[in-house]
Design a protein around this ligand. Structure first.
Ligand code: ARG
Length: 463
């Protein structure tokens, strides 16, 4: 298929246009049109700098900047004529600028290349997503804090191996997620600070002989400084990988809580009731209320992890500087970002709406000999037994309770004395789950006093 015209942006040395398959594999406009507003912002900053440094005249600079605003409004109103022949957002915008303002449009690309242009656009886009993620995480943490505060002293079973381990408080469990999402928040802020260097003006790879002012464009685009090495600036996608790995870890946290919600909302557990707003029914079984939002959050980690791995593989082994492989960075990041934001918002809504079933929680807390450790600790503290012996005595009492199919607190004092003669009535004080939880006052422990202190600390951190 050689009847097509060569690309008007770079076709000077080409006699024929690309094969249609070439066009299909080469074009990125189908997805990189999401960078339109960043592209225009970057070009306006570049044009202003070209004017200020006298590289182009002020009149051209103003016409270019005006034209770019017109294009932005065309894109916003959906009237912009995107063209696959023009490959990508950068050439689509520049070509349209030529239609609108004529000859001065051709001066915009002085002292820059699509390589620094795309790196700049993409960085601006990723940076805005980090800002969204920061906001969403702060809100999610706030939702968990509200739950923790309300239920600082509600007892529930704490698990290891998903087997009842020790009584804990609802607030303590919620606060575990505050810690996790708090680390995600700090990773988001970290990533933003690290990535905030401007690639613009690195040009194709080596910089330019025009007297450009990279500090000026960096500042105009809200970057802290220009990137210090032009080769690195055009070939770096660490910022996208930082974004994806941060998103991956956070998605893993979201997925863990989603899994707990799926378990907790089951008829076997009944720890929580999810709101109708975040559940669905079954088309055949009228009794069902399914935790679909939690399940979908649990599933979405797959595509987010996938994007991270995918871009790592694209980037590994690429020689410096730019290679077209890097065009494959965008769809992965776009998809991961969309799904990360959606998962954060869905989790936020579910947490704010969900109701803890306090009776089920405390009944479950009391089952499974969850206060066995409290009994062993009591034997150490009050009877001065070595911990190993106390562990053994408690084990015998658990076996006895199991044989009577009752709880530790249902054993009589005489039954207890048959295992260790020094046990007194006082032992029953530590066998209650509320006392057990309240006694764990070590820093970061499950006692309501500790939970309330951590809630207060986090509220201060976030304010
Ligand atoms: N569409 C390209 C990308 O996304 C823009 C950069 C093209 N640069 C080049 N030298 N062909 O990476």
């Amino acid at each position: 298929m050689t009847d097509k015209l060569a690309n008007t942006m770079w076709g000077g040395r080409f006699a024929a246009g690309p094969d249609s398959v070439m066009e299909a594999i080469n074009a990125s406009i189908g997805f990189d049109q999401r960078l339109a507003s960043q592209d225009i912002k970057g070009s306006r900053a570049h044009a202003a700098m070209l004017g200020a440094t006298g590289i182009i005249c002020n009149k051209d600079m103003e016409i270019i900047r005006e034209g770019l605003l017109t294009i932005l409004s065309e894109i916003d109103s959906g009237t912009f004529p995107f063209s696959t022949v023009l490959e990508d957002i950068h050439m689509n915008v520049e070509s349209r600028l030529k239609d609108l303002i004529g000859e001065p449009a051709g001066r915009l690309h002085t002292g820059r290349s699509r390589n620094d242009q795309v790196a700049t656009d993409f960085k601006l886009w990723v940076r805005s997503q980090l800002d969204h993620a920061e906001e969403a995480l702060i809100s999610l943490i706030d939702a968990f804090l509200d739950q923790a505060e309300a239920g600082a002293d509600w007892v529930m079973p704490g698990f290891t191996h998903l087997q009842t381990a020790q009584p804990i408080t609802w607030g303590h469990h919620m606060m575990a997620y505050v810690e996790m999402f708090g680390r995600d928040l700090s990773r988001v802020r970290d990533a933003r600070a690290r990535m905030n260097e401007s690639p613009l003006g690195a040009a194709a790879l080596a910089g330019t002989s025009f007297p450009i002012d990279r500090h000026m464009t960096a500042e105009a685009l809200g970057f802290d400084r220009p990137a210090a090495n032009s080769l690195d600036a055009v070939s770096d996608r660490d910022f996208a990988l930082d974004f994806l790995s941060t998103a991956s870890i956070c998605a893993m946290h979201l997925s863990r809580f989603a899994e707990e919600l799926v378990i907790w909302s089951s008829a076997q557990f009944r720890f929580v009731t999810l709101s109708d707003r975040f559940s669905t029914g079954s088309s055949i079984m009228p009794q069902k209320k399914n935790p679909d939002a939690a399940e979908l959050i649990r599933a979405k980690v797959g595509r987010i992890f996938g994007a991270n791995v995918s871009l790592m593989i694209v980037m590994k082994g690429l020689p410096l500087a730019y290679s077209k492989d890097m065009q494959e960075d965008k769809e992965q990041v776009f998809d991961a970002a969309d799904n990360w934001m959606l998962a954060l918002a869905a989790m936020d809504g579910m947490i704010r709406d969900m109701t803890a079933n306090r009776d089920s929680l405390s009944a479950a807390a009391a089952s499974g000999f969850s206060t066995a450790t409290d009994l062993a600790d009591w034997l150490v503290r009050i009877l001065n037994l070595p911990f190993r012996e106390a562990h053994h005595v408690t084990g015998s009492l658990v076996a006895m309770a199991e044989s009577f199919e009752c709880d530790l607190s249902d054993l009589t004092l005489d039954q207890m004395k048959s295992v260790h003669g020094d046990i007194t009535n006082k032992v029953f004080e530590v066998l209650g789950v509320k006392n057990s939880a309240a006694s764990r006052t070590s820093y970061g422990g499950t006692a309501p006093s500790q939970v309330r202190a951590q809630v207060a600390r986090w509220r201060k951190v976030l304010s």
